[in-house]
Design a binder for this molecule. Structure first.
Ligand SMILES: [Zn+2]
Ligand SMILES: [Zn+2]
Length: 340
C-alpha cells in the first residue's frame, strides 16, 4: 500500500503530520497530486475554536480546501482529463439529485461533501481523489498558487452574481482580506463603474491600492465622511460594526451581499434599509464558477498571485494557520505539500 503525508487537526491548536494510505480513485474520479493549497479563514477558525457554528471537529480532520495539483491517476470512466495535466479542484461534491442540485443551485445541497468540513477531509496532504466533474484543467501560465486560489475567487464571482453587478454599479467592498480583494477584482472584471475597498489594516489598504482600487482606511476616517455611495455592497469583513457602517453607505435601491463570516448576530440599520428599499442577500460558497474564474485569471483580469504572502510545507501547516493572526502583513498563506 502506498502512503502519503497528511497534516491532521486533532483538536484545538493540535496539528500533527501522519502517514496515511494514498486514496484509490473510483471509476469516475481522478487522483490529484496536490501542488498548492490556500489557507482559508475557515481553516484558521477550526484550528482556533474546533468548530464553525454547527460544524464541530469531533474526529481528526484534514484542513485545506483551496487546492491545485497535477493529475496522477484517472479512474476507468474518466474522459476529460489525463495524467500529468495541471488542475484546480472544486472542493465540494454535491449529491446531484436533490431539488437544489437539479435547479443548479448545488451550493445549497444539504448533502454536499465539502473538503475540510467535518467529517470530510481536505487537501493538506499529498494526494486527493475527486470526481472528474469537479476537477478543472488550467492553462500553464496560471501558477499553482493561483490555480488553488480559484476557490476564494469563486466566492467573489458568486457574490457578484448574487448582487448582479453590472457596468451601472459603484461597488463597495467591505474587508480587504483574500475574499474581499478577490471579490473586488471580480467586480472590476464584471464591469463595475467604480470599486472602493474599505478596511482597518494599513497593509491591506496599501495592497488594495497596488491592485488599483480606491481604498478607505476606516480606522482613520469613517465611510460616511469619505463620501462613499455604493449601488452594491459586497460585505466581506464579517465584522458587525463594519457591516453596519457599510450598509449606511448603500444608495437607494442598492443591493447588499453578506459574504463575510464573523459574529453570528449583527445589528442592521433598519430605517436605512427600509427607507431606501435595499435588497439584502446571503452568499454561500458558489455554483458553476470555475470556468469563469479560470478565464478571469488566464486573461490577466484578476491577479491572484498578488494575494500570496507566504509559503509553507506540510510540516509547517501550524505556522501557515497562525500567520495571518500573528503578522498584520500576512494576507494569504499557501501550503505546498510537495516541498516541505
Ligand atoms: Zn476558502
Ligand atoms: Zn443535492
Amino acid at each position: 500500500m502506498e502512503t502519503m503525508k497528511v497534516s491532521v487537526l486533532r483538536g484545538q491548536h493540535d496539528v500533527v503530520t501522519e502517514e496515511r494510505a494514498v486514496p484509490v480513485p473510483a471509476q469516475d474520479e481522478v487522483l490529484v497530486q496536490v501542488a498548492s493549497v490556500g489557507v482559508c479563514g475557515s481553516d484558521m477558525h477550526y484550528y482556533e475554536h474546533g468548530r464553525i457554528g454547527p460544524h464541530v471537529v469531533k474526529a481528526p480532520l484534514v484542513l485545506g480546501h483551496e487546492a491545485s495539483g497535477v493529475v496522477a491517476q484517472v479512474g476507468s470512466e474518466v474522459t476529460s482529463l489525463t495524467v500529468g495535466q495541471r488542475v484546480s479542484v472544486e472542493p465540494g461534491v454535491p449529491c446531484r439529485a436533490c431539488a437544489q442540485c437539479l435547479r443548479g443551485r448545488y451550493n445549497l445541497c444539504p448533502d454536499v461533501k465539502f473538503f475540510a468540513t467535518p467529517p470530510y477531509d481536505g487537501a493538506f496532504c499529498e494526494f486527493v481523489a475527486m470526481p472528474e466533474a469537479f476537477v478543472y484543467a488550467v492553462p500553464d501560465h496560471v501558477s499553482d498558487d493561483a490555480a488553488g486560489l480559484l476557490e476564494p475567487l469563486s466566492v467573489g464571482v458568486w457574490a457578484n452574481r448574487r448582487s448582479q453587478v453590472s457596468p451601472d454599479d459603484a461597488v463597495l467592498v467591505s474587508g480587504a482580506g483574500p475574499i474581499g480583494l478577490a471579490s473586488a477584482m471580480a467586480a472590476r472584471a464584471y464591469g463595475a463603474r467604480s470599486v472602493v475597498v474599505a478596511d482597518v489594516n494599513p497593509h491591506r489598504i496599501e495592497l488594495s491600492r497596488q491592485l488599483g482600487f480606491e481604498a478607505v482606511d476606516v480606522s482613520q476616517r469613517p465611510l460616511g465622511e469619505a463620501g462613499v455611495s455604493a449601488d452594491v455592497l459586497l460585505e466581506c469583513s464579517g465584522n458587525a460594526r463594519a457591516t453596519w457602517d457599510a450598509i449606511l453607505a448603500v444608495a437607494p435601491a442598492g443591493r447588499v451581499a453578506l459574504v463575510g463570516m464573523g459574529q453570528d448576530e449583527v445589528g442592521l440599520p433598519l430605517p436605512h434599509i427600509q427607507d431606501h428599499e435595499l435588497t439584502l442577500t446571503g452568499a454561500f460558497r458558489y455554483a458553476n464558477t470555475w470556468p469563469t474564474a479560470i478565464d478571469l485569471v488566464a486573461s490577466g483580469r484578476v491577479d491572484l498571485d498578488a494575494l500570496v504572502t507566504g509559503h509553507f510545507g506540510l510540516e509547517q501547516v501550524e505556522d501557515a494557520l497562525t500567520a495571518p493572526s500573528s503578522d498584520p502583513r500576512a494576507v494569504k498563506s499557501m501550503v505546498r505539500p510537495g516541498r516541505s
